[in-house]
Ligand binder design. Structure first.
Ligand SMILES: C=C(O[C@@H]1C=C(C(=O)O)C=C[C@H]1O)C(=O)O
Length: 363
């Protein structure tokens, strides 16, 4: 049966294709033989039904990609066996580039110009794998991250995006909707209470909570929050405040909520527009679709969008035609942030993708 599914997926990387598994679900949705519809703005989603993949910076020139629903088949997960995966416990020393960028970001928050800024970076790895091995990557990630939304997308000429996100941007269903503030991270070594995260993490979290509240109030949407909680995601543990929206949202309102929320200060900063400008000008990383959002829009009367985190892009490099993986991670910078700690947080956030890429590393 395993073989049959892998045979069915052997043409995954020959066109526009997607595999997606929602948290705790025992099925995978497979979109194939499809074509991307390119959208300019979030509001254009109103008329669509299917998968959506949006960049971090909607003004960057990268389009919002949409795969229509009619090309989807469902695969049952209980028929898939996955090889055990080794833990990756390597150390990754901090780079001078990260020290410099941290200093720039930290100075900008310490000076009071920003309440918070998120600094991200990429780790590049050389890979040795064939197109028919990509589905194995996806199923390894599915087995490692049962509570995450796991996806793998093939974009012809742009390669693969793969990720396992713990962060809902907007989940909307017939009777209401939900979103969350997910920010503030520590290593996931033992059970943690929110207080044990320390004041820097609690404050960084509060910035996101206040921002989401402002967006919902501004749109006149009734909501309530649940008490702050801690959630594990791979080797890190986060602070989370769940938001429940107590009335159904129209497609038009959903698009407005998403357009206002994205990008939240969990991945960008505050004040929002200035923080976006600052990140684009001062981060050496090209975020592309990292810290954008993805998920199903208006499928089976539901919309489930996630922030594109714990992800990587795999592509042939244009100069030497080698296959390169760019593994992304970032973290919120506050006045009291410490460079080494922030670096370690990104190492931990990258570890789950490193783990699934390990069998294919070219080193
Ligand atoms: C930016 C990332 O994660 C975000 C930042 C967090 C933080 O700074 O504590 C926590 C969860 C996410 O909202 C990432 O994973 O790359």
């Amino acid at each position: 049966m395993n073989q049959k599914i892998y045979r069915e997926l052997s043409t995954f990387a020959s066109g526009a294709s997607l595999l997606i598994r929602y948290p705790q679900e025992d099925k995978v949705r497979y979109y194939h033989d499809s074509h991307f519809v390119l959208l300019d703005k979030i509001e254009d989603l109103k008329f669509q039904r299917g998968f959506v993949f949006a960049p971090f910076d909607l003004a960057s020139g990268l389009p919002i990609l949409h795969l229509p629903e009619n090309k989807c088949v469902e695969l049952s997960l209980d028929k898939i066996e996955i090889d055990p995966i080794d833990l990756d416990n390597r150390q990754f020393p901090i780079t001078d580039l990260y020290r410099r960028e941290f200093a720039t970001f930290n100075h900008a928050v310490a000076s009071g110009e920003f309440h918070k800024l998120v600094l991200a970076r990429e780790a590049k790895v050389g890979l040795n794998m064939t197109d028919d091995q990509y589905p194995q990557l996806f199923f390894s990630l599915v087995s490692l991250m049962p509570s995450a939304c796991v996806y793998m997308l093939h974009i012809p000429t742009k390669g693969i995006w793969i990720g396992a996100s713990p962060e809902i941007l907007l989940h909307s269903f017939e009777s209401g909707a939900e979103t969350m503030a997910l920010a503030g991270s520590v290593s996931n070594l033992n059970n943690k209470s929110p207080e044990s995260f320390g004041s820097k993490n609690l404050h960084e979290h509060e910035v996101v909570v206040n921002y989401i509240e402002d967006v919902l109030k501004c749109l006149d949407i009734p909501y309530h929050t649940k008490p702050i909680e801690t959630v594990p995601a791979g080797k890190v543990c986060h602070l989370r405040t769940p938001f429940s929206i107590d009335e159904p949202l129209s497609l038009e309102m959903m698009a407005r909520v998403v357009a206002r929320l994205h990008p939240t200060p969990a991945v960008a900063g505050l004040p929002k527009e200035n923080a976006m400008r600052f990140i684009i000008d001062n981060e050496s990383l090209q975020r592309d679709y990292y810290a954008g959002f993805f998920g199903l829009w208006n499928v089976d009367n539901q919309t489930s969008l996630y922030v594109n985190l714990r992800c990587a892009n795999i592509q042939y490099s244009s100069n030497d035609a080698n296959l390169v993986g760019r593994i992304f991670a970032g973290g919120g910078i506050m006045p009291s942030s410490q460079c080494e700690e922030e670096w370690q947080e990104t190492v931990l956030k990258q570890s789950v993708i490193r783990q699934v890429l390990k069998p294919y590393l070219n080193e």
